[in-house]
Ligand binder design. Structure first.
Ligand SMILES: [Zn+2]
Length: 408
């Protein structure tokens, strides 16, 4: 039934690229399957007569001309890359609803039912997820001037491949100038939580974002044989690392869980059963909606890391992401609220815990986000699911918002 809608048809086609047996997708940034998803989008855009531009970090842009080549443009879109064995809605929902909204508005212009004063610039940001190349939200960070393009391109994955090499291999190391003369950005995304589902509401206006601090902590000891080395002579880097993981958890417990914390990745060297670990890298993150509480937790963590250094053990940290809690553009939030109401929906107002490209863009342009429901809040998982009718409702609201923004 619902697959008759062209947007859902496109969604199904895109979901087949990098599909996993569990029903999700595995399309890490600049991987072969990310390249195939990009190719699919490119062909789709070319078939609509659109020109595709690729900037030096692989961000893809297509200008949908509604008001002439010199008119300013409203940006809309999200990302096509996924977490390893991730879901198929996180990112593509925003790209495809934006594409179809823009095409529908172009048809309205051609039919004479819409006079636009602005164009729409569709975007697919490179490496939103950050699972293969750190940091996450990379393409939008470069675009917003928050990350030098060279730093992004030199980012290395676990196998030693740089983003530059990976983008080159899939044909997306571009040289086009990114678009200018932009007036704002709207990103539709799945909620990745359960608030909408519980409220039985299809749309949320995103108020702003929690702050996030991400750390890479490196603890160095000394490698030795796990057999003959006496205990007193061991400088096992994994022991202080384990203690630190528990201390990071305790930072959250002290706030009754208000501060969110995790260590999601541990790299152990040489990671051999017969060798006392000489180097451990922990990837830790702290998130909080309260800026001061987050700051205090960061100080406590940095103090705890400093406290690990002892005889034969050294610890140091870097903080590749330090994002303060922030708010989206009030005027754009108002437009989303009003347009949803015109469609008979009273939108929820939510604050996002997860990072999104729109947060980077909000540093240089007015930006706002629309959330659609995620079943059971499951995300970064093949079971991630948004019902077709919810995607279509999101698409309708996004189209109404963009229609108003290009008319103003
Ligand atoms: Zn996403």
């Amino acid at each position: 039934m619902s697959t008759l809608d062209p947007m859902l048809e496109d969604f199904d086609a895109l979901s087949e690229i990098g599909q996993t047996p569990e029903g999700g997708v595995h399309r890490e940034a600049a991987s072969v399957d990310d390249g195939r998803a990009r190719d699919w989008l490119k062909q789709r855009l070319l078939a609509e007569g659109l020109e595709v531009r690729v900037d030096r970090v692989g961000n893809m842009f297509a200008m949908i001309d509604l008001a002439g080549p010199d008119a300013p443009a409203v940006m809309a879109g999200s990302h096509l890359d996924s977490q390893p064995h991730g879901g198929r809605f996180d990112g593509p929902a925003g790209v495809l609803t934006a594409l179809h909204a823009a095409l529908a508005l172009r048809a309205d212009c051609r039919a004479g039912s819409l006079t636009a004063r602005r164009n729409i610039c569709l975007v697919n940001w490179t490496n939103e997820e950050g699972s293969r190349f750190a940091p996450s939200l990379m393409g939008s960070a470069v675009f917003a001037g928050l990350l030098p393009p060279e730093d992004a391109l030199q980012s290395v994955d676990r196998s030693g491949t740089t983003l530059r090499e990976a983008l080159g291999a899939i044909g997306y190391l571009g040289s086009d100038a990114p678009p200018t003369n932009l007036t704002g950005l709207i990103e539709l995304h799945i909620e990745q939580g359960t608030a909408l589902e519980q409220a039985k509401c299809p749309i949320a206006v995103v108020e702003g974002a929690w702050g996030a601090a991400k750390y890479i902590i490196e603890i160095t000891g000394r490698a030795s044989h796990t057999g003959p080395t006496p205990m007193r002579d061991r400088r096992d880097a994994l022991i202080p690392a384990a203690a630190l993981i528990l201390q990071i958890r305790a930072l959250s417990d002290r706030t009754n869980g208000e501060l969110l914390s995790s260590v999601g990745r541990v790299d152990v060297s040489p990671n051999s059963t017969n060798v006392v670990a000489d180097k451990v890298r922990l990837f830790a993150e702290l998130r909080d909606r309260d800026a001061r509480r987050l700051e205090a937790a960061c100080e406590a963590l940095e103090g705890a890391i400093a406290g690990l250094s002892a005889d034969g053990i050294a610890a140091r940290w870097e903080k590749p992401t330090d994002r303060a809690a922030s708010n989206f553009d009030p005027a754009l939030k108002q437009v989303i609220t009003e347009e949803a109401r015109k469609l008979g929906i009273e939108p929820l107002r939510l604050t996002t815990v997860a990072g999104h490209d729109a947060l980077n863009i909000s540093r240089i342009l007015p930006a706002a986000m629309i959330f659609v429901p995620s079943r059971d809040g499951i995300t970064h998982n093949p079971l991630e699911y948004t019902a077709p009718e919810d995607l279509l409702t999101g698409a309708r609201v996004l189209k109404a918002v963009l229609r108003r923004l290009v008319s103003e």
